[in-house]
Write a protein that binds this ligand. Sequence first.
Ligand code: SF4
Ligand code: SF4
Length: 461
Amino acid sequence: MLNQKRHVDLLTAFPILKRLLRSRSFQPGMMLLTLFVFTLVILTGLFGTPAGSRNFGIIFVWIVWWGLLIIMLVPFMGRFWCSICPIPAPGEWLQRRNIITKRLPKLRTLNKRWPRRFKNMWLQNFGFLAVALFSVIILTRPQVSAWLLLSFIMLGVVLSVFYKNRVFCRYVCPVGGFIGLYSMTSPLEVRVNDPSVCLTHTSKDCVTGNEYGYGCPWMVYPGRLDRNIDCGMCMECLKTCPKNNIALNLRPFGTDLTVQKAHKLDEAYKAFIMLACAMVYSIVLLGPWGELKNAANMQSLPHWLAYATGFLTFVLVLVPGIFGVFSSASWLLMKRSLPLRKVFIDFAYTLVPMGLAAWVAFSLGFVLINGSYALSVLSDPFGWGWNLFGTAEAPWVPAAPQLIAFLQTGVLVAGLLFSVQTGYKIAREQVGRHRKAFTVMLPNSFFLTLVTVVFMWLYLG
Ligand code: SF4
Ligand code: SF4
């Protein structure tokens, strides 16, 4: 049960924020802005220089946007990016036949039913793995990046023709999957003020929509919302709720991670995949093993196949397998009072803060080093010799290189403490008493410490 005393509703504290978020033009306005940048990313990717460090598309997506997303937006604002993301915009506007909607017509789709077996995160998991397998190629070749982003938009449009609402964001988008998982750590949430008001409100305007807004595009019933993972923070429910029952709360970090009734294997695997990928990326992209990078960069097909096999085995088998051994130890320590599967899945959520910290530490390493390229590509986005703002010749200057190792260490230690605390709360809910919970969480804490040491060795070693 949430401790509402520790929640502050920002909409009550700042009425101007409420007015802004209720406005029908704020969200589409932000999406138009991001769509403009996105279009430039695709055009520069397709027609600009193939040199990644001189191409606006590569620098703005994989350094500026990525850094902003993983270091700032996800840890502090959860799924806020999903509410202004340009990828689902064309599909959503096509369904609504409008951008800044006033008359709110019914959604235009073929109204197909999304298959029940795909109402989970597995498609997002495999989509992310598919992208991750080709990540070195995507990160360094502007045309490949542009085609990938274009294919996301096209898939979003195709799905919006067949299915209502944001099926692409909720069940398919590989980026949306990990944003959702890590948004559970964020201190921002959309929730109802009083669930009992929802129980007696029969028309459920937040689900059906009304003259002020659409029914929840993420197919969520706000009255039962207890985790950020499925809420796209689009604020439609704020517009439609006639009972003024929607809150945008500031809350303690990681509140959602201990909602154990909602723990699922697909989400647990998302946590494994993300943690293991952060480790692989750190080894391949930042490590001194050039041959590994060449293999990931597909310099020869047999080498890439060997890399892909090793990568998938590590991510899908080795990391979950080792974690399973530690979970089994916890299970034995609790005298098998719960099913092993439940213990395994519950404890996998301790990897969420740790994984996010690993991604932040990894991203700090290259965002601070390469961020200054943003100045030159702003003036010369295609690498054609333009100088629009007079910064085309801005030199490459790594930002605070002497501080990076300290920042990475601090982030990793914070992630470890946050994860251990999450493990304790999970164990406490599983076994009740403090002493027993402490014993049960020990194997998990050992695993988390081991992972932290490996990351520190990779970054500082
Ligand atoms: S419209 Fe408001 S009060 Fe009614 S069910 Fe939705 S959130 Fe609850
Ligand atoms: S619950 Fe509200 S804010 Fe969240 S996705 Fe649904 S309508 Fe948007």
